[in-house]
Design a binder for this molecule. Structure first.
Ligand code: ATP
Ligand code: MG
Length: 607
């Protein structure tokens, strides 16, 4: 595929990636094999979405928007005991956040409560799932649910039984595994169609307890591909389902539900991760043996995203949440979409990351630094620069008149002149960063030292004249003098000193809680060699400080991103309250300005 072929919405600057799946889609588009390209993103609502899902979302919605298609969000909700409405809601919120303004116009939605009926199996689908837009009446539409198809799926299963292609099996789960491993036929394999129909109906009617019977496809007992060894299609679960309540006590297995859900929705390209490659023959077998009209969906597989210094499986994320190792699914240290959002990462940054890492067939581990780079690039463009001091050290300018105040002009964003300038108050008493002063400076220390000079950004050059300590020898404040001609427009404005540091005027400063996040794990591969991933949690992954900020941050907003100059990028946390409600400022450090992890790790080892 060339970039020119892709139908990029006008004005979009994102580079269209090139990969083997898009190549296949482009060929199909050129050959007009499908009236329209239709993909789907099918999460199971048994946890929150993570950045691996973001890769899949960007791929599936990306294909739809590039090729004039549609992408359905489908809850793959066939296992009621593990699922929950909280997850359904979070998935919708996360997907909407990630695609808003980018691919929301290709999101397939269905009329609320829309469900296919059983007649669908006898010819053309009567449930034509033409996507509807949310624009007119958002309350009238909803995402797709595999549970919407429980009726037709049951009918499809009956159709297989009637053809002698499925049977009810009474082996225990352990026996089933053993028989399949050995390639041995179940003793129930040759039940008559009538008996199978009777038993399956009674399974559905709730006559049997959980686990006592299953429905299996009759394919082959010793196929080289174990997934074809008479796989399970249905199991008994007397459980309440978040969408269908108590209507069903048998639930279809993933392999049975997935291909048929794809079929019912008119999916053309069913894109999933590599572990499903071995399931593909079963996906095709079911569609083939039900004699469904063409065109049928086809499955394509790509390598999942693995990221260093984190864990991605929902089961492990759930453990961290449940054991309160983190504050919740949206803890900014987690690789969940809601965690990244809370941390201050933008959807644009995640989409760039997803596009940059590419789509391949090879499993590997992506360095967390790649994600961090994408986040920095994005924030560098958009963040408003602000002055804030995380670990304050008082500075008194002895030659600056008591009570005098000035306003210094500061640039909001050097990357974006349109962001303009602002005034920052300056006075005799300031805070600087403790780190920016050293009584006994190491070599090449270009910040403030006794007798040394430094420039205060947007303001004067100052000289440290005296170091004031308390009775126990702790540093209390620095007494400095300012070169009062060294500010912009002054006689010595051009004078150069080696270091420039940030500052905040003490009487004008506003306090903010700042939450400094670091990597959640100390090891790149937390689960390496079967180690308990919780044994390598980073004890320094969260540090909370009270920072002194320039007063303009009092009106910080949830939508803006900020760079505290020379420090890091920050975003307001939802725990913050607007000025009218008490004005509590809480900032999350989204990411440091530079990749300093390697340096810090060394320092820690040396401690
Ligand atoms: P996990 O293994 O993290 O629990 P899952 O595969 O069970 O995730 P699903 O809800 O079934 O999660 O996934 C929905 C879709 O997202 C699937 O198509 C799956 O292939 C894809 N997906 C899941 N994890 C990743 C990942 N790490 N990278 C890319 N795609 C992923
Ligand atoms: Mg899964």
């Amino acid at each position: 595929m060339t970039q020119a072929q892709a139908q990029t919405p006008a004005g979009d600057q994102t580079l269209i990636p090139n990969d083997f799946i898009r190549d296949i889609v482009a060929q199909h588009v050129a050959a007009k094999t499908h009236p329209r390209i239709h993909t789907r993103f099918p999460p199971e609502p048994n946890g929150y979405l993570h950045i691996g899902h973001a890769k899949s979302i960007c791929l599936n919605f990306g294909i739809a928007r590039e090729f004039g298609g549609v992408c359905n969000l489908r809850m793959d909700d066939t296992n009621p005991t593990k699922e929950d409405l909280e997850y359904v809601d979070s998935i919708q919120a996360d997907v909407n956040w990630l695609i808003r303004g980018w691919a929301d116009d290709v999101l397939g939605l269905k009329p609320r409560g829309g469900r296919p009926t059983a007649t669908v199996i006898h010819g053309q689908p009567d449930f034509h799932l033409a996507p509807v837009t949310a624009a007119a009446r958002p309350e009238a539409v909803e995402p797709f649910y595999a549970s919407d198809y429980f009726g037709p799926l049951y009918e499809y299963a009956v159709a297989l039984i009637k053809q002698g292609k499925a049977y009810v099996c009474d082996l225990t789960p352990e026996q089933t595994d053993e028989y399949r491993r050995l390639g041995k036929a179940s003793p129930h394999r040759d039940r008559s169609v009538a008996e199978n129909l009777d038993l399956f109906t009674r399974m559905k009617n709730g006559e049997f307890p959980d686990g006592c019977r299953v429905l299996r496809a009759k394919i082959c007992v010793d196929a080289p591909n174990i997934w074809l060894r008479d796989p399970l299609l249905y199991r008994i679960k007397h459980a309440e389902h978040h969408q269908t309540g108590r209507q069903w006590c048998i639930y279809p297995m993933y392999d049975f539900a997935h291909c048929l859900s794809d079929y019912l929705e008119g999916i053309t390209h069913s894109v999933c991760t590599l572990e499903f490659e071995v399931h593909r023959p079963l996906y095709d077998w079911i569609l083939e043996n039900l004699n469904l009209p063409r065109p049928r969906p086809h499955q394509y597989e790509f390598a999942r995203l693995n990221l260093s210094y984190t864990v991605m499986s929902k089961r492990k994320l759930m453990q961290l949440v449940e054991e309160q190792r983190v504050t919740g699914w949206d803890d900014p240290r987690l690789p969940t979409i809601s965690g990244l959002r809370r941390r201050g990462v933008t959807p644009e940054a995640l989409r760039h990351f997803a596009y940059n890492i590419g789509i391949t067939k090879y499993n590997g581990i992506t360095d967390l630094a790649v994600l961090e780079f994408a986040i920095r690039e994005d924030l560098n463009q958009r963040a408003l620069r602000r002055l804030a001091v995380l670990r304050p050290l008082k500075v008194v300018l002895t030659n600056y008149l008591v009570g005098r105040e000035e306003e210094m002009e500061a640039t909001n964003n050097p990357e974006n002149p349109a962001a303009g300038k602002r005034k920052v108050p300056f006075s005799r008493e300031l805070y600087i960063e403790q780190d920016d002063f050293a009584e006994v400076p190491p070599p090449k220390f270009y910040r403030l030292k006794p007798g040394g000079e430094v420039r205060l950004k947007y303001a004067y050059i100052i000289r440290c004249e005296e170091v004031v300590k308390d009775a126990s020898g702790n540093l209390v404040e620095l007494r400095c003098t300012a070169d009062l001609d060294s500010k912009t427009g002054g006689a010595t404005a051009a004078r150069k000193v080696k270091g420039t540091i940030h500052w905040v005027s003490a009487p004008h400063a506003v306090d903010a809680e700042v939450r400094l996040y670091d990597r959640l794990f100390t090891e790149a591969e937390p689960e390496k060699d079967g180690r308990d991933f919780k044994s390598v949690l980073n004890p320094h992954s969260l540090e909370i400080l009270t920072a002194k900020c320039e007063p303009s941050l009092r009106s910080a907003t949830f939508t803006e991103r900020y760079q505290f100059e020379r420090l890091a990028y920050f975003a307001l946390d939802p725990d913050a309250t607007p000025a009218r409600d008490g004005g509590r400022l809480v900032f999350n450090r989204t990411i440091t300005l530079k990749d300093t992890w390697a340096k810090q790790a060394q320092k820690r080892e040396g401690q």
